[in-house]
Design a protein around this ligand. Sequence first.
Ligand code: ARG
Length: 568
Amino acid sequence: MDYKQLLAGLIASGLEGVEADTLRGLIEYPPNPELGDLSLPCFKLSKQLRKAPQAIAEEIASGLPEHEAFERAVAVSGYCNVTLRKSAFAAAVATEALTERERFGSQNVGQGRTVVIDFSSPNIAKPFHIGHLRSTVIGRALYNIYTFLGYNTVGINHLGDWGTQFGKQIVAYLKWGNEQQVEENGIEELQRLYVKFHEEAEKQPQLEDEARAWFVRLEKGDEEAKRLWKWFIDISFKEFDKIYKLLGVTFDSYAGESFYIDKTEPVISRLKEKGLLEEDDGAMIVRLDDYNMAPALMFKKDGGSLYHTRDVAAAVYRKQHYDFDKCIYVTDYAQNLHFQQWFKIVELMGYEWAGDLHHVAFGRVSLEGARMSTRKGNVIKLEDLLQQAIAKTRDIIEEKHPDLENKDEVAEQVGVGAIVFNDLSANRIKDIVFSWEEALNFDGETGPYVQYSYARTCSLLARAGVSAEELPSEVDGELLQEKETIDVFRQLYLFREKVELAMDKMEPSIVSRHLIDIAQSFNKFYYEHHILVDDEAVRRARLALVRCVQIALGNGLRLIGLKTPERI
Ligand code: ARG
């Protein structure tokens, strides 16, 4: 049910020369529902209809055809405010939720279209840090949202598994490392060796030459170099996998940067053909002065490719391979220039799909004030962060619900959920200051709060002894008209629109924030009204509402990647 569409259609039938679609785009939800549930501002129609806005509003209000969905229409200061018939509204939303269930809020707008999402993409032999967490969490939410809206979705982990740093890593390992320590301490040990390389190279610059030589060996396919490089990948992946398991994230492809090194030939020839390559001190660059950007380095003196080059090659490959309608890259805003540069290069190369590339940038995270950075090994490891969140949640559960059965499982679901939700709670471009107290607050605007509200719906239904399957999808709206009740249905009704808006703006926080709105309206209803009342009919109607909230919260939580424990 789309009330904007319905109203727009009714109004258009009485207005000469104005399209329903135009009207639909103008209709808004008044901030104060006392004024009405829907409102058409008539200012933009004034010119075309050659009448004052208030005169148009009056004409529409008095001429609106009877419809069971709408109770009345009034003209106020150039707006036509329309009030929904509450009983019909509540019944319609409830029936929709109760019949659509896990599809409630979904649509088919993406049918036949493909979206590629490049997300997470950590670097081999480097810690998986909080920036990669944000990319993972935002990317996965977008992945779920696009899929929910009918798109064919491809999730790619563009691993940072290539570059001159591997020459340094090999030298450091051969000089100062040993196999056992790397096996035992994984990335931390690789990182220690890498940092040591830089310290030592300050004193002995010839180490840099050795590193270059090893990288050339790797590029040429030397067995020993390849063996070590592959081993670094395996070691790193063991740790990445632990985090992906905790987060419950999977990918459709793990084609990382190294996958494209033999696919840069066509990029070179096309760049040459278009006269875009320029020699600069032996290296090859593309000048972007005309677009107010620094030049992009495409090939090194020895012909080796760079981050930019591999991104261009990857985009060309993905277009051929997946024929995407959109290809999205999720990284922090520190990479804005990188993406602007190579998107422009793809455009200059004459690819007509250049406009389908999108950089979804997000802000930085700091923990209790301290910026996290990978350099010098000064980082909070993400696995530690998640484990800490789980441990803290475990303590809270122990204190509040010591008799809960599966405490460990729930602590993991809620602890991880708190971190994930925290990452999705504000506009993605905003920097985040992480605070434990806020993230784990069961009453604040947090993941645990939404999960807890979901669990409340589960325990209410369990206490009532009704299984979800038993509830009929026909609901008596006459019994669901209290203000708090209608407020819940308003939020439930908006769910579908919010999911679509989150997709349009590539902004999963729209869904997270809406989940807070649903949970808050539901909790208000819960405190104001008894649910398990004696009157059988009222009790059934209220339980139906509880079930609808359960459906919407469940769908929303799953979209943003949170688990839905039934008891907390
Ligand atoms: N590995 C990069 C980093 O950690 C992110 C890669 C993003 N994706 C891409 N196609 N450039 O910063």
